[in-house]
Design a protein around this ligand. Structure first.
Ligand code: MET
Ligand code: ZN
Length: 364
């Protein structure tokens, strides 16, 4: 069990059942945080680097903690560690030792756990309690250890194409991820978030690693899609989700860093092959250009601005966890949380003051 967490990790049926209970406790749909790298950059971090957000594990851990706290303050039930692009191989290429690299992976989880503890502390004896709230609400919070795909390590945008070249096999991917996964799991997160998975082969590699290494921390598999029918590589999303479905250690299946307009169809497709909870945390709808490491507005991008107005539709389609990915921020998460808990928010003046009249355009 993670520090400050509930008994989440101690599941004896299946991982999906444990997450389903958590979602229920969170009010029927859990709020996932928003873009971590995006927000680090917003605070001045320079991520034009092959390590991307993982660079801050060395240079600005306090900033990572602040961003986690901002997402908690915005209503997140799940915060995701800064390990997306943190890999032993990537750190070693920069001259760090294996021990130092592994310590940085552990640090990513510990920073998120620390943020949760600070938040819980402030929540029970902070300003809200003195404003006359009779029973301070305790929001359930889980720490997810992020595992970015092999493409993220390559830092060439291939998590959005799924094209790793012929020489990369499932075994390549397994040996690339094995130790990193074990170190992250040993750091004691509540969840492992396999994010931005671009193809079926990497999902298979993860499923086998979870079994072979006997990782007993519930995981979620989250894919990227560019067309709303398949993962980035062209593998049908139904086949990718079926890989996740057949692994008892997988608690949820979903999509992230995908245009919001594609999400509804993807939820419906995923639900055809699994009854595990579905997680969706799209990006703003902009497109990542690997050469310049920049996000640009794509064609038809204007329609993406109603991201938050889609939240109800996604929930109706069966999403159990909703949040944001790149180019989303705490304001997005606050608005998502509001959309999901509209009735509860109406009873809560402090909260309503923060979000009333929030312009959706400004969210993204
Ligand atoms: C390219 S997807 C990045 C996901 C990661 N959790 C982040 O928000 O930074
Ligand atoms: Zn993203």
């Amino acid at each position: 069990m993670g520090r400050g967490g509930r008994d989440f990790g101690e599941y004896d049926d299946d991982a999906a059942g444990a997450l389903r209970r958590f979602v229920r406790e969170a009010g029927g749909c859990a709020v996932v945080d928003g873009g971590l790298a995006t927000e680090l950059e917003e605070h001045g971090a320079d991520l034009q680097d092959e390590l991307w957000s993982a660079r801050c594990l060395v240079s600005a851990p306090h900033l990572i903690r602040k961003v986690h706290l901002d997402y908690l303050d915005a209503g997140a039930n799940i915060i995701t560690s800064a390990s997306y692009q943190a890999t032993i191989q990537g750190f070693q290429a920069r001259g760090l030792s294996r021990e130092q690299s592994e310590a940085l992976l552990r640090r990513s989880v510990h920073i998120a756990q620390e943020a949760r503890a600070i938040f819980a502390d402030g929540w029970s004896k902070g300003p809200h309690a003195t404003r006359g709230r009779s029973s301070p609400r305790r929001r359930p919070v889980l720490v997810a250890a992020s595992v970015g795909s092999y493409g993220a390590y390559l830092a060439d945008g291939s998590e959005y194409t799924g094209d790793y070249g012929r020489s990369v096999t499932k075994e390549t991917l397994k040996s690339f991820h094995r130790r990193r996964l074990q170190v992250l799991a040993d750091a004691g997160p509540d969840l492992i978030a396999f994010e931005t998975i671009p193809n079926k082969m990497e999902a298979e590699a993860y499923a086998e690693l979870l079994e072979e290494n006997d990782i007993r921390i519930p995981a979620w598999f989250s894919f990227t899609s560019k067309d709303g029918r398949s993962a980035a590589s062209g593998d049908p999303i139904t086949e990718c989700a079926a890989v996740a479905d057949s692994c008892a250690r997988v608690a949820a299946v979903g999509v992230n860093c995908t245009a919001p307009r594609l999400v509804h169809g993807l939820i419906l497709a995923i639900r055809k092959v699994t009854s595990k909870p579905v997680a969706v945390y799209p990006n703003s709808g902009e497109t990542y250009v690997a050469e310049t490491k920049e996000w640009v507005v794509s064609e038809g991008g204007a329609s993406e601005t109603d991201f938050v107005s889609c939240v109800g539709k996604w929930r109706q389609a069966g999403a159990a966890l909703v949040g944001g990915c790149c180019r989303t921020n705490p304001a997005t998460v606050r608005a998502i949380s509001r959309a999901l808990h509209a009735e509860a928010a109406a009873d809560d003046d402090d909260y309503a003051d923060d979000v009333d009249g929030f312009p959706v355009m400004a969210v993204l």
